[in-house]
Design a protein around this ligand. Structure first.
Ligand code: UDP
Length: 464
């Protein structure tokens, strides 16, 4: 094979999966690769629509977005992980990938040098294997979460999980290795999903277990400084993170599913250093009205400036209704946007803490900027990430629900004060130190940087 290496990147169709794989793709383009990224027709349309005018198509130069139908209607809920899982496990998706790779291989200049597939898209690795193309897994979540998925057969064997339904027989806590954080079978519980969706998601996790048999390398959006024990537990895992946009001369496109509202950056410019509470629950998590009102009241009572992301689909089945006169009362002290440029927000000097659902990308973005956390996990791996933040790295506090499952305004106000008033527990100091550790990993001589360089060189060598 000659010329430019060409990688086919296959993300799972979720915002938290597409963003880091696109960042990895940008880095490969910077190193002379051509990239074909596969996404659903729906996601391609919303990514292009959300790109700012000045970004437009040119910013994804070197990356060609190839779209496949996800089989859903325009109005169907793309937040339903069950339906998305069904799509990536379906025969149509696998057939599409095989045709695509065969077609690319027919053109000398587009011959596929390697496939990089989200661990949730094992079909892409099967196709790569079948066609004799080197295939690599990509883990956009914590390596400990991958270790948990790979542990499923043992949990089934030991009777903690009922075979193939994913139903938890009894809530159990366990450790995969003595040095890894404690885990619980309840991390498989996916709130708000129908029984059939839950089962599909469980089948998907089971598919993830096949990944180590399909590849000898899984590129992980993580780094040694935070996850050494988990990395050591999976021989194929290679950390190359945190994959966050560097300060490049040319701005590259970020594939947001919603248009970002940059007015919050101007608002942040007007706030004092380390004064603002940033509140965001990622792209999937949803709230009911009672909980929404408690957050509003908690932020109001805190008396501090806040920036709150209220996504268009944040509420379960209803429109957003703020408490009466809430917006008038908080006035300029509160800034609400429907989608923030989160990575820029967290890097802003005015941000004091991050009230987060603890998605892995949000976790990495907060810790890479030295921002302490108020943790509010909703489902799945977010509980595991919360354990890392609060118990292992000790860079945040957990918000605890009262008996009815609601996190009250008093709890929110109390924890904000505890985190921000003084640094008796050393949380802020450790968070700032964490920023340095993250920078070291991807800086010159860092392990993640070296792993990435080695990977690039290997593909280039094989491409000769
Ligand atoms: N995000 C963003 N703007 C927002 C909220 C979220 O850009 O207003 C990004 C955030 O920076 C992160 C991703 O969306 O990269 C969410 O991924 P994460 O793994 O944190 O959570 P998920 O959405 O998968 O639950």
């Amino acid at each position: 094979m000659m010329g430019k290496p060409h990688a086919v990147a296959v993300p799972f169709p979720g915002q938290g999966h597409v963003l880091p794989l696109m960042e990895l793709s940008h880095r490969l383009v910077d190193r002379g690769f051509g990239i074909t990224m596969v996404c659903s027709e729906f996601d391609k349309a919303r990514i292009l629509a959300a790109l700012k005018k000045e970004d437009d198509q040119r910013c994804i130069e070197g990356i060609s977005l190839v779209a496949v139908s996800d089989g859903m209607g325009t109005d169907d809920d793309r937040g339903d992980v069950g339906r998305l899982s069904k799509f990536v496990m379906g025969a149509d998706f696998e057939r599409f990938l095989e045709n695509l790779m065969r077609q690319l291989n027919e053109r000398e200049e587009e011959k596929v040098s390697c496939v990089i597939a989200d661990v949730c898209c094992s079909a892409a690795l099967s196709v790569a294997k079948k066609l004799g193309i080197p295939g690599f897994g990509f883990c956009p979540a914590a390596v400990a979460d991958l270790a948990l998925c790979l542990h499923i057969p043992k949990l089934v064997e030991s009777g903690f999980i009922a075979d193939d339904t994913g139903n938890i027989v009894e809530d159990q806590t366990f450790r995969i290795t003595p040095t890894m954080p404690e885990m619980s079978t309840s991390y498989f519980g996916l709130n708000g999903l129908s029984a059939s969706s839950k089962r599909t998601v469980f089948l998907l996790m089971d598919e993830v277990c096949r990944v180590p048999t399909l590849t000898d390398r899984i590129l992980c959006n993580s780094f040694r400084g935070i996850e050494s024990p988990a990395l050591d537990s999976i021989p194929q895992a290679v950390p190359i993170g945190p994959l966050l946009p560097p300060k490049r001369a040319v701005t590259k496109a970020v594939p947001h599913f919603w248009a970002e509202d940059s007015s919050c950056l101007t608002w942040l410019d007007q706030q004092q250093d380390r004064s603002v509470i940033y509140v965001s629950f990622g792209s999937f998590s949803v709230l009911n009205q009672a909980q929404f009102e408690e957050i509003a009241a908690g932020l109001e009572q805190s008396g501090r400036p806040f920036l709150w992301v209220v996504r268009p689909n944040l509420m379960t089945g209803s429109a957003v209704v703020y408490p009466e006169n809430f917006l008038d009362r908080v006035g300029e002290r509160g800034k609400i946007v429907s989608w923030a440029p989160q990575q820029k927000v967290l890097a802003h000097r005015a941000v004091a803490c991050f009230l987060s659902h603890c998605g892995w990308n949000s976790t990495l973005e907060g810790l890479s900027n030295g921002v302490p956390f108020l943790c509010w996990p909703f489902m799945g791996d977010q509980f595991l990430n919360k354990n890392y933040i609060c118990e292992v790295w000790k860079i945040g506090l957990e918000l605890k629900a009262e008996e009815k499952g609601i996190i009250t305004r008093e709890e929110i106000q109390r924890k904000i004060e505890e985190l921000l008033c003084d640094d008796r527990q050393g949380i802020r100091t450790r968070a700032l130190k964490m920023k340095e550790t993250a920078e070291e990993a991807v800086g010159g001589g860092g392990t993640s940087r070296k792993n990435f360089d080695d990977f690039v060189e290997e593909i280039k060598r094989e491409n000769l």
